[in-house]
Design a protein around this ligand. Structure first.
Ligand SMILES: *Cc1c(COP(=O)(O)O)cnc(C)c1O
Length: 408
């Protein structure tokens, strides 16, 4: 019987005793010859990225759990000194509370079910909730009954230069946000204003502009605000796209902070920036047709962003037995295993020209929105996960010792 696992779950690899606890990716491939996708976690890279971000950011850092909720990744984030978690669902809240009894959990989804608010407040000790409407404010007050409540108003931003817009669905206009701050003030032990510049935002000045708008909204509200949450969106390196160093983003945030009322505490909610380098996925080529490679994972698996969103990922070929590969390269298109024509990853994927059935392709930078977006569509949900000692396949400036400080 085929076991369909819950969306996103990956099974721990049964590792031969001959392999060390954290072998190299090549050693795992040699030992296991994996015919199902193999997720290779790099917890050390996540811990280093979390530590670097926490050291650089002038405020509290909340990890955006949706980006990668693998327990090993959550532990790695916590090991880097992150004690706050941005959760968006009942399941995320429960997972974090089970793993970290003392962590501060912030419920940052603007539209929550009453049951989720009740459980978070009553059972999981969550005290901070985001909202972007009067209706959600009333809901939160009714369900919690008030008390030591942190209320954060989500402000929508004009569409910017990020790869993913995150204001299309949530967020109040500046006038609405000012009114919501006024309405929430009497009920809030802590009052905040949050925004998200969009995911993979390469422009540090987007934060300064958003914080200037936040300052205007706070001034217009006429009430005191204790927190400004600058959201996530901090970018990582992908092939052909190296972001400015982390320090430039922090400089832009400090410039924005200077526009805010004195004493405002800053929060940030990075997801991608902390975990992208923390996982690669080893695919196997099942068939070659000219420049097309049919592989065992795709857009319904860990490679969602390589499909329609068109992200490119670092990659390399691994051949069984370390046999030589062609030195000449060629650009390939990858097709995933499901029957859907949309299951295509155009890349281009530059690989040795003699790629053949049975070769493996390691794809890096998949710690963010890789595992987290997997589905069981067409029965292709089986994958294994193991921890490895390799460094990320691509370094992002500013996130790890030895990472370049300036874009090339
Ligand atoms: C997705 C999300 C994040 C994390 O965004 P990244 O681009 O991964 O840093 C943070 N906050 C909110 C509200 C989000 O929806």
């Amino acid at each position: 019987m085929t076991q369909i696992r819950p969306r996103g779950a990956v099974a721990p690899l049964r590792r031969p005793a001959s392999l060390p606890r954290r072998p190299t990716v090549d050693a795992v491939i040699a030992a296991l010859q994996p015919e199902e996708p193999l997720h290779c976690l790099r917890p050390q890279a996540v811990t280093e990225a979390a530590r670097a971000f926490a050291a650089a950011f002038p405020g509290d850092v909340l990890y955006a759990v949706k980006c990668n909720a693998e327990p090993a990744m959550l532990r790695a984030v916590a090991a880097g000194g992150i004690a706050h978690f941005d959760c968006a669902s009942d399941a995320e809240v429960r997972l974090v509370r089970t793993m970290f009894p003392d962590a501060a959990i912030h419920f940052m989804h603007p539209v929550k079910s009453r049951a989720a608010i009740r459980a978070a407040w009553g059972q999981c000790g969550v005290r901070d909730f985001v909202l972007d409407t009067d209706a959600e404010l009333s809901k939160i007050l009714e369900v919690t009954g008030g008390g030591d409540l942190g209320l954060v108003v989500r402000l929508a931003l004009p569409k910017g230069s990020a790869a993913y817009d995150l204001s299309g669905k949530f967020g109040a206009t500046p006038a609405e946000a000012a009114a919501l701050l006024r309405a929430a003030r009497p009920h809030a032990a802590r009052l905040g204003l949050s925004f998200h510049v969009g995911s993979q935002c390469l422009d540090p000045s987007a934060w300064t502009r958003a914080m200037a708008l936040a300052a205007e909204v706070i001034a217009a509200s006429g009430v005191a605000v204790e927190i400004v949450d600058v959201g996530g969106g901090f970018p990582v390196a992908y092939p052909g796209s190296t972001p400015p160093p982390l320090a430039d983003f922090m400089e832009a945030i400090r410039a924005g902070a200077a526009l805010l009322p004195e004493g405002v505490r800053l929060w940030a909610e990075p997801g991608r920036a902390l975990v992208a380098g923390g996982a690669s996925v080893v695919l196997q080529v099942q068939q070659r047709r000219g420049d097309a490679l049919y592989v065992n994972d795709g857009v319904y698996g860990a490679l969602s962003d390589a499909g329609a969103p068109g992200f490119r990922f670092p990659h390399r070929l691994v051949r069984a037995g370390g046999e030589p590969v062609a030195t000449v390269t060629r650009d390939f298109t990858l097709f995933g295993p499901t029957c859907d024509s949309a299951d295509v990853m155009k890349g281009p994927w530059t690989l040795p020209a003699d790629v053949r059935e049975g070769d493996w392709i390691e794809v890096g930078q998949l710690g963010a929105y890789g595992t987290a977006l997997r589905t069981a569509f067409n029965g292709f949900d089986r994958a294994h996960v193991t921890e490895v000692s390799d460094a990320p396949m691509l370094a992002t400036p500013g996130y790890a010792p030895g990472a370049p400080l300036r874009a090339a």
